[in-house]
Design a protein. Structure first.
Length: 311
């Protein structure tokens, strides 16, 4: 009991500390993974203290929460998740923590892609999200389309305003400024991709994280692994993809920051192409890395993708 009280106090200390300086207390917010954590920071600014559960370079698909994560959720006044089956471990964490506050689903209102509508490159749909989502196979990576990212930001701004109504006008102003940047970035990505000859707009990555990006910006993404990272592709799937690479002369082959690189390296070797770098798919980089924010992630990825597609 004593230890638990001390732990609670130590977690609450940053907020108590600011309150003691007669400043407005910051709103403790938990975000399930790093991209949402950045969005909450952009909208919340100095008014929020964000705790990101699955941090930089961490694979949120197969994430295993720690006891300290349950404590952080318990202390929160708002929890933000992606939804679409990406971070369903958070639901268990919320239940075990006893948290009873608001939970915002950032992807609410976006049109989900399913693998049936998408680019099935021969991997089986059973690569979906473990057990509960294997049949429906919704693609959770909606943030890879900046239009969806804008919807995420609006949902987050509304949730922050509801959790902290006294600062609603600041959240709204921060969100407007951030949305303007994302609109401009969306235009930049479109223009960059349009500079690539249409027949060259094809890329190989580790897992199917770029379906929304592909649909929004007109790039075909091929992957040996499905929309989750919890199963390895079969030898036949990899062999089929290697044949496709050779037939279509695809040279844009990329690793991802949170996925095991072994399959991709072997695939590139056998297809006789070099890996062109590391894309940020499901997690941001550390603060000193090339994709420390949602915006930086797009600039980094597009900065690698476009020259590689041009060949
Ligand atoms: Zn993923």
């Amino acid at each position: 009991m004593q230890r638990r009280t001390l732990l609670a106090l130590s977690l609450a200390a940053p907020f108590l500390g600011r309150a003691a300086q007669a400043q407005p207390a910051t709103l403790p917010v938990v975000a399930s993974f790093s991209i949402l954590g950045d969005m909450v920071k952009q909208v919340g600014g100095a008014l929020v203290a964000v705790r990101t559960i699955a941090g930089p370079d961490v694979d949120a698909h197969s994430f295993q929460p720690r006891p300290s994560d349950a404590e952080a959720v318990r202390q929160a006044r708002l929890v933000v998740r992606n939804g679409l089956g990406f971070d369903s471990w958070l639901d268990r964490l919320i239940r075990s923590s006893g948290y009873g506050g608001p939970v915002a689903t950032a992807s609410q209102g976006v049109t989900p892609r399913s693998m049936e509508h998408g680019h099935d490159h021969g991997h089986s749909h059973s690569h979906g999200h473990g057990h509960s989502h294997a049949a429906g196979a919704q693609d959770p990576h909606a943030w890879q389309d900046l239009k969806n990212g804008q919807a995420y930001v609006r949902t987050i701004a509304a949730a922050l305003s509801e959790a902290d109504p006294a600062n609603a006008s600041t959240y709204a102003a921060n969100a407007e400024a951030y949305l303007a940047k994302l609109v401009a970035l969306d235009g930049w990505v479109k223009a960059e991709v349009e500079s690539v000859p249409q027949a060259r707009r094809a890329v190989v990555t580790s897992h199917d994280a770029f379906g929304y990006f592909g649909a929004a910006y007109g790039v075909e993404f091929l992957a040996p692994q499905g929309i989750s990272t919890d199963s390895e592709p079969s030898a036949a799937q990899v062999a089929r993809l290697i044949r496709l690479l050779k037939q279509r002369n695809i040279t844009a082959v990329f690793l991802e920051n949170m996925a095991n690189p072994a399959t991709l390296r072997r695939l590139a070797d056998e297809a006789g192409v070099t890996v062109k770098g590391r894309l940020y798919a499901d997690a941001l980089s550390a603060a000193d890395g090339p994709a420390a924010t949602y915006e930086a992630m797009f600039r980094h990825n597009v900065g690698l993708l476009v020259p590689a597609m041009k060949g």
